[in-house]
Ligand binder design. Structure first.
Ligand code: TYM
Length: 340
C-alpha cells in the first residue's frame, strides 16, 4: 500500500453519512449516530457527512431537500458531534465525491449494482406505484463508495442495512488497487452491538425507515415526548403474552427489547426476563426513548436558533474535507490514465 493508505496523522480514519430524504429517526440514531458521538469521533480521525447528492436519487422537492439537509446537520451537532474533534459537512459542497463517483462507475459492473438489496426493494416499490426509477438509484453505491474511498477511511460505522454497500465498496477498492496500483484503503463496516436494525413499530418485519409513507411506526428524533409515548404504546406486539427475546418468532417484542437495551445499556435477552407483561415493557421503552431523545431535541432547538453557527461549522467542515479528499482523488484520476 502506498503512503496514502494511512492518514497523515497515523490514526484510524472513519467516514459515515446520513441521507436527507426524511426526518432522522430513532433507527438512524441508535444504529449509527449515537456510536459516532459516543465513541467514533473520540477514537479516530472522523468525518460525518449529510449526503445530499444521494437524496436526488428519488423524486424530491428541492426546497425540502435543502431544509432536511440543514436539519440533519443541525441534528448531528445536537446529538453531540463536536466540530472541534471531528469534521461535519455537506457532501455537495465537496466536488471530490462526484469526481470519484464516475471512476467508481468505471470500476463496478452493471450486475453487481443490480444485486444490491436496497436497489431491488426500492425499484419494486416504485414500479408498484407505476413510477420510474432514476438511473442514479442504480449507480448510488458507486457514489457511496466514492464517499468512503476519497478519504481513505478504514472504518464505516453504519446500521445493518448499509453493510452490503460497504462490502461492495471493499470489492471496488480491491479491484481498483489491483488494476491500477495501490490507491485506496480497503474499508470495513462496523455495526453497533444492539439496535443495528431497528424495526418499524407497526410493521416489525420492516426496517424503521425515514422515507416511508406510513409514520405511525416511526419515531422521529424531533417527535414530542407525547407522540413518542403514543407510538411506542401502540407498537404491534406478537401473539402470546410471555416476554421472551426471539427475533424470528416474536419480531415486535424483540424490537422493543432491542430499543430498550440500546437506550439503557442493557442486554435484550436479560431484559426480557425482567418483565411479565407487554404493557409494563412498553411503558419502560417509551420512557427510555423519551429520555434518550430529550437532550437531542433540546440542543436542536437551541442550535436551530443559531443558523449562522451551523453554517460556519459546515463551511469549515467542507474546506477541511476538500483538503483531505483532493490528493487521493487526483491520484486515482492519474492511476486510471487521465491527464489530471
Ligand atoms: P441512511 O440515511 O438511510 O441512514 C443513516 C444511518 O442510519 C442507519 N440506519 C439504521 N440503523 C438501524 N436501524 C434502522 N432502522 C436504521 N435506519 C437507518 C443506516 O444504516 C446508516 O448508517 N447510503 C447511506 C448513506 C451514505 C453513507 C455513505 C453511509 C451515503 N454514503 C458513506 C456511510 C458511508 C444511507 O442511505 O443511510
Amino acid at each position: 500500500m502506498d503512503e496514502m493508505a494511512v492518514p497523515a496523522s497515523g490514526r484510524t480514519r472513519i467516514f459515515s453519512g446520513v441521507k436527507p430524504t426524511g426526518h432522522l429517526t430513532l433507527g438512524n440514531y441508535l444504529g449509527a449516530v449515537r456510536g459516532w458521538v459516543e465513541e467514533d469521533q473520540h477514537r479516530a480521525d472522523a468525518l460525518f457527512c449529510v449526503v445530499d447528492l444521494h437524496a436526488l436519487t428519488v423524486e424530491h422537492d428541492p426546497a425540502r431537500v435543502r431544509r432536511l439537509t440543514r436539519q440533519a446537520a443541525t441534528l448531528l451537532l445536537a446529538s453531540g458531534l463536536d466540530p472541534e474533534v471531528c469534521t461535519v459537512f455537506v457532501q455537495s459542497r465537496v466536488d471530490e465525491h462526484a469526481r470519484l463517483s464516475y471512476l467508481m462507475e468505471c470500476t463496478a459492473s452493471d450486475g453487481e449494482m443490480r444485486r444490491m438489496i436496497q436497489y431491488k426493494e426500492k425499484t419494486a416499490r416504485e414500479q408498484a406505484r407505476g413510477g420510474s426509477v432514476r438511473l442514479s438509484l442504480l449507480t448510488y453505491p458507486a457514489l457511496m463508495a466514492a464517499d468512503i474511498l476519497a478519504y481513505g477511511a478504514h472504518e464505516v460505522p453504519v446500521g445493518e442495512d448499509q453493510a452490503q454497500h460497504v462490502e461492495l465498496t471493499r470489492d471496488l477498492a480491491i479491484r481498483f488497487n489491483q488494476r491500477y496500483g495501490a490507491t485506496f484503503v480497503v474499508p470495513k463496516a462496523t455495526l453497533p452491538k444492539v439496535a443495528a436494525r431497528v424495526m418499524d413499530l407497526q410493521e416489525p418485519t420492516s426496517k424503521m425507515g425515514k422515507s416511508h409513507d406510513r409514520t405511525a411506526g416511526i419515531v422521529y428524533l424531533l417527535d414530542e415526548p407525547e407522540v413518542v409515548r403514543k407510538k411506542v404504546m401502540r407498537a404491534v406486539t406478537d401473539g402470546g403474552s410471555e416476554v421472551v427475546y426471539d427475533r424470528a418468532e416474536r419480531p415486535g417484542l424483540a424490537n422493543l427489547l432491542d430499543v430498550l437495551a440500546a437506550c439503557t445499556g442493557g442486554d435484550p435477552e436479560r431484559l426480557a426476563g425482567a418483565y411479565d407483561s407487554y404493557g409494563a415493557l412498553k411503558k419502560d421503552v417509551a420512557e427510555a426513548v423519551v429520555e434518550t431523545l430529550r437532550p437531542v431535541r433540546e440542543r436542536h432547538a437551541a442550535l436551530a436558533a443559531e443558523p449562522a453557527y451551523v453554517d460556519e461549522v459546515l463551511g469549515r467542515g467542507a474546506e477541511r474535507a476538500r483538503g483531505m479528499a483532493r490528493p487521493r482523488v487526483d491520484a486515482a484520476y492519474r492511476a486510471m490514465g487521465l491527464l489530471a
